[in-house]
Design a protein around this ligand. Structure first.
Ligand code: ADP
Ligand code: MG
Length: 698
């Protein structure tokens, strides 16, 4: 190894095969660095042997074919999936760990063959890889001691390796049909660089579906002839699927293929022509057209705007693909002669670009887009459901950064805002993927509908950062684990999550009439019982209570407390006429004073059975409550005066006239309204109806 010589490379970390390339400055072109077997492509396979040895690449593939040891393949699909692990020799390996093992092998082979030390790399990923998967890829690279210069999308890399040598300005559609996925990317290639316009895909559509069509044809022929369906037998079915891929490949170079199948003592022999194969798989091509058409129209383009189609992925070797696209688009169809190496070569060019290895390369600029919309979980304006508030829509140019204001609910005293970063287009969070979660703290909140700004930043690797601000000042952001169960996002928000402070002062009429038995019950006993139930119910929601007694005079029995036992105890010991010693004020004014330092939902609940003196003072105090947003509910029974109740109630349905026995039901209506936080009883409410989305708070 030459001392002091540091090399930057491009690495295609593929699902089935991987490759390493570097940029040859002398000849201004990317060159693939072979592995120690002298091959350009290294199988993305790892094999753990019982003796503790770990084989990677070619050796591992041989072992896999021989069925020895525990083999891991196609782990790239599980990148970022925490539930995926491979267990070998008592250790657990995530897709990220496996990728790091594979990368290490790719790097050590390339170093051995080139005689140079690799210190940094550009690694490619599928365009649809999300933030989490990209970060996992970067970590895998760094775990090998290599600096990851940039993450590049595979179609972009393929286009770079093609477009780099191109001269005139062109709009190119990259049609990537792989083994299990289909991706389409539209970009503009010009001499100075590449600008991606948009990307989309169908990740349930790929070469495997063409294999399945062959399997189906064979199985149906066999069933017809022998009355036995080979697909009913698991191992026969698997063998057929594997064989079908080979028959499919034969049809890429021949007009027909002869298929033999032995099963259950029968031997069938069938011929499948390319014509028949193309006809039976046409719906699959039409499905790829759908994806292309959707992307083209979402970009405000038409088919005529596409100058060239670049074919990428092993499945584009099927002649039907090119024929179909030629008829569909009429554009020039191009493909790299080395379809398998286009991606790694593009990565090598990008690595050189980053390093500024040559002037020609440095002048080349890559602009990419996001493949997914990113949003924040927030409360819908009516507060009744969670929604995905899109912050950065898909196909936005990256780097991108969007800052949006969010408002906390009125009366919400929280000091923590949780930001759930959602990936997906739908407004319904259940249709989205929860990428990550952060908490923001360090803001001031007076409960008056505090505004906080949330910022999402997409860097050019497609990795996301979240920041929050209040009045331009950055808040403290901490990343948090995503809860395993996020089912609640699809449900109506629970009141507790709104964290609205609730304070209720209960004012009980202590006049002598409360002692007089009506309908076989003593009003005061009923009031005690029902009020205690009400207190218990709301105390569970964190409400704070005060108790006021009134007759001729008014007295505070318990000042505001969250101790429900203290309130209930005081209620139980209530006796009529006991509070004749207090002030001359009305209970409303007394209660309002107790609530003056409270925030959130504030309520005065009056329970009375008679007519009041000093009515005017009471009405004036009620009016003052209304203007300072204290809700007055007046519940009357017996000789109470309905029109007076209406005058002191501050909300539409706040004047409640009931019988002693009907009191319980009315109490539960009030409790429900308080729990909702919005006070439900009130029309409109005090807020502006929430022009901005409210973010979830703890
Ligand atoms: P991925 O990127 O998904 O790992 P590739 O781009 O390597 O996949 O493509 C793999 C797919 O290409 C497989 O379904 C394989 O059967 C198919 N394929 C490879 N060569 C041919 C061929 N000559 N004709 C038809 N299909 C092919
Ligand atoms: Mg591919």
């Amino acid at each position: 190894m030459r001392a002091g010589c540091k090399m930057r490379v491009g690495i295609d970390l593929g699902t089935t095969y991987s490759a390493v390339a570097r940029y040859d400055q002398a000849n201004s072109r990317p060159v693939v660095i072979n592995n120690t077997f002298g091959k350009e492509l290294t199988p993305s396979v790892i094999c753990f042997l019982d003796n503790g040895d770990v084989l990677v690449g070619e050796d591992a593939k041989d072992m896999q074919a021989g069925g020895t040891g525990a083999a891991a393949a196609a782990f790239k699909r599980a990148m970022g999936d925490q539930s995926f692990t491979v267990e070998a020799a008592g250790a657990q390996y995530s897709a990220e760990d496996l990728s790091a093992i594979l990368l290490k092998k790719l790097i050590s082979d390339a170093e051995a063959v080139s005689g140079e030390k690799i210190d940094s790399a550009v690694i490619t990923v599928p365009a649809y890889f999300n933030d989490f998967q990209r970060k996992a890829t970067i970590r895998a690279g760094e775990a090998c001691g290599v600096k990851v210069l940039k993450i590049v999308n595979e179609p972009t890399a393929a286009a770079i390796s093609y477009g780099y040598s191109g001269s005139s300005e062109k709009t190119i559609l990259v049609y990537d049909l792989g083994g299990g996925t289909f991706d389409v990317t539209i970009l503009e290639a010009r001499k100075g660089g590449i600008e991606v316009k948009g990307t989309d895909g169908n990740h349930l559509l790929g070469g495997k579906d063409w294999d399945a069509a062959v399997s189906k044809f064979v199985a149906e022929q066999f069933l017809d002839e022998f009355g036995v369906d080979p697909r009913d037998d698991e191992s026969a079915k698997n063998e057929l699927i594997v064989a079908s891929e080979n028959y499919k490949k034969v049809l890429s170079r021949s007009d027909s293929v002869t298929i033999q199948l032995k099963h259950d003592g029968n031997a069938g022999k069938y011929t499948l022509t390319r014509e028949a194969f193309d006809a039976m798989t046409e719906p699959l091509l039409l499905a790829t057209r759908e994806v292309c058409a959707g992307l083209i129209s979402s970009l405000g383009m038409s088919w005529g705007d596409i100058d060239e189609v670049l074919l990428v992925g092993g499945s584009t070797r099927m002649p039907q693909v090119e024929a179909f696209l030629r008829e569909l688009i009429g554009a020039r169809i191009v493909s790299n002669s080395d379809t398998d190496l286009a991606v790694v070569k593009g990565a090598a060019i990008t690595a050189a670009l980053y390093a500024g290895d040559s002037k020609k390369v440095r002048a080349f600029e890559i602009k990419d887009v996001t493949a997914h919309s990113l949003g924040a979980l927030s409360l819908r304006r009516d507060g009744k459901a969670y929604v995905n508030e899109v912050m950065i829509p898909k196909n936005s140019k990256i780097p991108a950064s969007v800052r949006k204001p969010f408002r906390l609910g009125e009366g919400n005293m929280t000091d923590v805002v949780e930001v759930y970063i959602l990936q997906g287009e739908s407004a319904d969070p259940r249709d989205c993927h929860v990428l990550s979660k952060v908490s923001a703290t360090g803001f001031e909140n007076d409960g008056g509908g505090t505004e906080i700004e949330i910022e999402y930043r997409y860097n050019e690797n497609g990795v996301v950062d979240v920041a929050a601000y209040q009045g331009g000042e950055p808040l403290i952001i901490e990343s948090e684990p995503v809860p395993e169960d996020t089912g609640w996002m699809g449900e109506a928000p629970r009141p507790a999550e709104r964290a609205v402070e609730k304070s209720v002062v209960i004012c009980v009429d202590m006049s002598r009439s409360m002692d007089k038995i009506v309908d076989g019950v003593r009003p005061l006993d009923e009031v005690k019982r029902e009020t205690a139930g009400f207190v218990r119910e709301l105390a569970a929601e964190g409400a704070v209570f005060g108790l006021v007694g009134f007759g001729d005079k008014v007295g505070v029995i318990r000042d505001m407390t969250s101790d429900q036992g203290s309130i209930i105890g005081a209620l139980e010991s209530l006796k009529v006429n006991e509070y004749g010693r207090g002030t001359d004020a009305s209970p409303i004014g007394t209660a309002a004073a107790m609530l003056s330092s409270r925030s959130g939902v504030r309520m005065i609940l009056i329970l009375t059975d008679g007519k009041w003196g000093k009515r005017d003072a009471a009405v004036a105090e009620a009016r003052a409550c209304r203007s300072s947003d204290i809700v007055v509910i007046a519940m009357g029974f017996g000789n109470a005066d309905v029109s007076f109740l209406k005058q002191i109630a501050t909300v539409d349905e706040g004047a409640i006239f009931t019988t002693i026995r009907g009191m319980g039901e009315k109490f539960s209506t009030i409790a429900t309204a308080v729990k909702k936080g919005s006070m439900g009883l009130r029309e409109g409410g005090s807020s502006d109806g929430g022009k901005k989305e409210r973010i979830k708070t703890r």
